[in-house]
Design a binder for this molecule. Structure first.
Ligand SMILES: CC(=O)N[C@H]1[C@@H](OP(=O)(O)OP(=O)(O)OC[C@H]2O[C@@H](n3ccc(=O)[nH]c3=O)[C@H](O)[C@@H]2O)O[C@H](CO)[C@@H](O)[C@@H]1O[C@H](C)C(=O)N[C@@H](C)C(=O)N[C@H](CCC(=O)O)C(=O)O
Ligand SMILES: Nc1ncnc2c1ncn2[C@@H]1O[C@H](COP(=O)(O)OP(=O)(O)OP(=O)(O)O)[C@@H](O)[C@H]1O
Ligand SMILES: N[C@H](CCC[C@H](N)C(=O)O)C(=O)O
Ligand SMILES: [Mg+2]
Length: 488
């Protein structure tokens, strides 16, 4: 595609070169540049992409998008200056791939907790109804039959549009995508067309990045501001931010709630049991649902997916069948059962709100003692640490504190900040930094009818330590430990 087509409807200033230049790919990392690619220089949090322009040209870049004037412009190369490279990347991505969303219905999901779970449920309903669908999120990306690894919740705009063009090729017409607050702030979904957007909830998280809850909420609401009247929003009425999201929404608004009859979908009664849950709904659907998932929060996640599916015109029985078939969402309240006489649950709760929800659910379950293992990620919101400790103290009979992903931080500092949340008299806990040893200990001390909860890492397969990444999966370790230690 020629530069002039690529920049159609985008504001820019041509510093040097010509717009007839043919472009073979659009990339934001100089290390991946090949012949006749366009390099977008992004001024990042770690380094400034403008530093790598020379390297990009050496690797074959024919054109460069910049947001700062340069001292020198190399002959034969086109330089295009824009106001904001991240924003323009999203616009270029749309043009480069020929606006694939024109013929695709994409549903975006945002909120602090529940995005992965809700997206997984909705994806399964869409797949049941349409034969094939796409899913983009924390655990993995799926396009029809193809499964791809996911390294982040929401990829960069150019990577997203590449996926959408693959959807178009594979004739996958429906897609569900988790939209993180970072993505909204960093223009990863800027100008993207969503058929619908779902709001799960807001609680304190990522405040290291957003600074305060008000900024965080404003960023989350941008997804809804992107909707047009022909599109719709599905909002959790029970969250205290539902009015705020409604006000910001440009689409038609629909609400779900646990029991408010003013909502478009609510439960009239529900029951949580050992194997999952069942509930009746009122509002747009008067029927009965059975799911193999535990936890009140999963009533919310399923209501959001049901209401969206219903508004997309999917039949009641199709929705019911799809949901009934799901045995669990990977790493979300996932039960590890090798025949041991106590229960093991692995859950991704890594925020105070997620942890509170999951521990409340655990408290309501029939059991003897509750053993909780948790840690807190490094290089992330530090205010979570003492709060998560106080929740463990409140709900657990015994707590093991261990490493989550310490990243560049010293684990001892993370533990010290966690410990600040325990009361002075509290001593029913120990710190075992090595996560594998910590899980083994939790399982070793478990007695008949105890419940062991391994929190924070869910589906994660690797642990990020200072300068290395090691293979570590809570579920695998728990499984093996239960088999070995309990002689099963
Ligand atoms: C805070 C944040 O989101 N940072 C993202 C951002 O990084 P950055 O702007 O700091 O990039 P940088 O490393 O400074 O580099 C600047 C530019 O120079 C380029 N570069 C760099 C080196 C080089 O040799 N050549 C080169 O061209 C880089 O490709 C980049 O374009 O842009 C990078 C390129 O896309 C991302 O990899 C990076 O995500 C980092 C890894 C990250 O940890 N992000 C997390 C916080 C995140 O996005 N999480 C959310 C939400 C999680 C949730 O709650 O679900 C997510 O959506 O996953
Ligand atoms: N609707 C909900 N409300 C509150 N907590 C929830 C909800 N759904 C799930 N949780 C809890 O939060 C954890 C994370 O859930 P999930 O992975 O679905 O959220 P997410 O929004 O995708 O998180 P992330 O942003 O980290 O990817 C779960 O393991 C569970 O403990
Ligand atoms: N999307 C979240 C996931 C956190 C998961 C937890 N295991 C941790 O590493 O802190 C983040 O990147 O902040
Ligand atoms: Mg997620």
């Amino acid at each position: 595609m020629e530069l002039k087509q690529l920049f159609k409807n985008i504001d820019f200033e041509l510093k040097q070169g010509n717009l007839n230049q043919k472009i073979t790919e659009v990339k934001y990392d100089s290390r991946e540049i090949e012949k006749d690619n366009l390099f977008i220089a992004i001024n990042g949090f770690e380094v400034d992409g403008h530093q790598f322009i020379e390297q990009a040209i050496k690797n074959g870049a024919a054109a460069v998008v910049i947001e700062k004037d340069l001292l020198e412009y190399q002959t034969g190369i086109s330089y295009i200056k824009v106001d904001n490279c991240r924003k323009v990347m999203a616009e270029l991505a749309k043009n480069f791939f020929g606006n694939p969303l024109k013929d695709i219905k994409l549903i975006g999901i945002t909120g602090t907790n529940g995005k992965t779970t809700t997206s997984y449920l909705l994806y399964n309903i869409l797949k049941e109804a349409k034969g094939k669908a796409a899913l983009f999120g924390t655990i993995k990306n799926i396009i029809g039959e193809q499964e791809l690894d996911s390294s982040r919740t929401t990829p960069e705009s150019i990577d997203l549009y590449r996926y959408f063009s693959q959807m178009r090729e594979a004739e996958v017409k429906y897609g569900v995508m988790e939209v993180s607050s970072h993505a909204l702030d960093l223009y990863r979904v800027y100008g993207m067309k969503f058929a619908a957007a779902i709001f799960t909830n807001i609680s304190p998280e990522h405040l290291d990045y957003h600074k305060n809850l008000e900024n965080y909420r404003e960023v989350k609401a941008r997804l809804f501001a992107q909707l047009s009247q022909a599109e719709f929003a599905v909002i959790n009425l029970d969250d205290s931010n539902s009015d705020y999201i409604k006000e910001k929404s440009g689409g038609k608004n629909y609400f779900y709630s646990l029991n408010a009859k003013t909502a478009d979908l609510y439960t009239t009664d529900y029951e949580l049991h050992q194997k999952g849950m069942e509930y009746r709904t009122g509002g747009k659907l008067d029927t009965f649902f059975e799911l193999n998932l535990g936890g009140i929060f999963n009533i919310y996640n399923s209501l959001a997916s049901i209401l969206t599916a219903k508004l997309l015109g999917i039949k009641k029985d199709t929705i019911k069948n799809a949901l009934a078939k799901i045995s669990s969402v990977p790493g979300r309240f996932e039960i590890i059962n090798v025949g041991q006489d106590f229960q093991i649950v692995v859950d991704y709760a890594h925020t105070p709100d997620g942890m509170k929800n999951v521990l409340e659910t655990a408290s309501a379950m029939e059991k003897n003692r509750l053993i909780v293992l948790f840690g807190c990620g490094g290089d992330r919101d530090r205010s979570k640490r003492p709060v998560m400790a106080s929740l463990a103290e409140k709900y657990a009979d015994y707590t093991i504190v261990s490493n989550d992903n310490p990243r560049s931080e010293d684990p001892e500092n993370i533990f010290a900040e966690i410990k600040k949340g325990f009361s002075k008299k509290f001593n029913a806990y120990e710190i075992i930094p090595d996560r594998k040893k910590a899980i083994e200990k939790a399982i070793q001390i478990a007695e008949k009818n105890d419940l062991v909860m391994l929190l924070g890492r869910g589906h994660e397969q690797y642990q990020i330590l200072k300068n290395r990444k090691i293979k570590l999966d809570d579920r695998q370790i728990a499984h093996q430990a239960a088999v070995e230690m309990k002689g099963i």
